[in-house]
Write a protein that binds this ligand. Sequence first.
Ligand SMILES: NC(=O)c1ccc[n+]([C@@H]2O[C@H](COP(=O)([O-])OP(=O)(O)OC[C@H]3O[C@@H](n4cnc5c(N)ncnc54)[C@H](OP(=O)(O)O)[C@@H]3O)[C@@H](O)[C@H]2O)c1
Length: 389
Amino acid sequence: MTVRNLTVLGSTGSIGRATLEVISKHPRRFVIRALAAFSNVDLLVEQYHAFRPQYLCLVDREKSLELKNRLRDEPVEILAGETDLVRLASLDGVDMVVNAVVGAAGMLASLETVRKGRALALANKESLVCGGPLFAPLMKTTGAKILPVDSEHSAIWQALACGRENEIRRIIITGSGGPFRRLPLDKFDEITVEQALSHPTWKMGPKITIDSATLVNKGLEVIEAAILFSMPLEKIRVVIHPQSIVHSMVEFIDSSVIAQMSRPDMRLPITYALFWPERIESDFGTLDLGRLAELTFEEPDFKKFRALPIAFDVARIGGTAPAAYNAANEIAVGAFLEGGLKFSQITEIIEKVLSDFNVVSEPNLDDILSADKNARQRARKLVEKLPCC
Ligand SMILES: NC(=O)c1ccc[n+]([C@@H]2O[C@H](COP(=O)([O-])OP(=O)(O)OC[C@H]3O[C@@H](n4cnc5c(N)ncnc54)[C@H](OP(=O)(O)O)[C@@H]3O)[C@@H](O)[C@H]2O)c1
């Protein structure tokens, strides 16, 4: 029986908490060496007592002082800031890093994990979206594996096992379509934060929930899939599947389509990544096919959800374009959640930022970081200028 030493980054978020729940059911299979989050002191203290890691890190420095104070009598090292978050990805003796940080803030830790040749269980899709051009050569040199946690990519990964590389015709990424699939475009300006945060099938953190409503999330997943599976964009298709039961599919050259299905529960792809290459019994509920009324599929509406075709475009352009797409979206989503932007303006900001963005086609890390910074600055200015609600 292998025991895995783990670091969990973003442990206080939706995926981080689900990961620790899975781990708590298998205490003899995992040792938690480090946990990290942004500022949630209370939950990190709770997680410390449950898992007794050697290291804790909060990126927010003031909060990390508070954490230090709360755990002053405990045998734990408290780290702080972005550099320490990255350090946790390269601790000696860690076999696997689960990256469940939200946003581009997770990219450097993912790069460090791969640089060290460790297994990376990746929920933080923004890592691959922004740092795509840097990951492939690093993985070749170090032999590090990226194990997808995103349900769609986990499904594709599982379905790909049914054939050889030269037998793949295309991958088909499914998406629920979000809460506004049937809402006419002229009503998009009236969408409230509360409505956008109410996803029909998944319970997730706020940023990815808004991304799912704009279909930016599907766009990020297309870019993620292209990099993760070295798949040309012509071989990637998106279909809307409102029930979120088929998590994605692979079509092979004989026209067979292999789908992976389960209840929409992130604990399943998390378990698959944590235990891979083993499959283990899970008690998260089976799929009762007899009770499912229907499984439906439809084309995405590219006119209503422009963020999706834009993602295909930026993926085609490559270089620093996906990092700019992501950064503009992060700023726009933040502004929308704070009530400073209309829902429809999220995609508008992305389009405007990209419209005169200088793309570096073969970027190094500095190019990617400055593309991220520049796109954020430009998006912030646009948010200030746009007439809002
Ligand atoms: N939720 C899902 O079902 C789901 C499914 C597929 C993929 N994903 C992906 O998984 C990632 C996490 O999503 P989520 O829904 O779990 O997000 P979430 O609930 O918002 O949690 C985000 C986590 O990241 C931490 N964090 C935030 N800003 C940070 C920063 N600047 N530096 C370091 N840590 C930071 C948060 O810490 P605090 O709590 O202290 O703020 C929290 O632990 C995203 O990339 C998302 O796209 C999520």
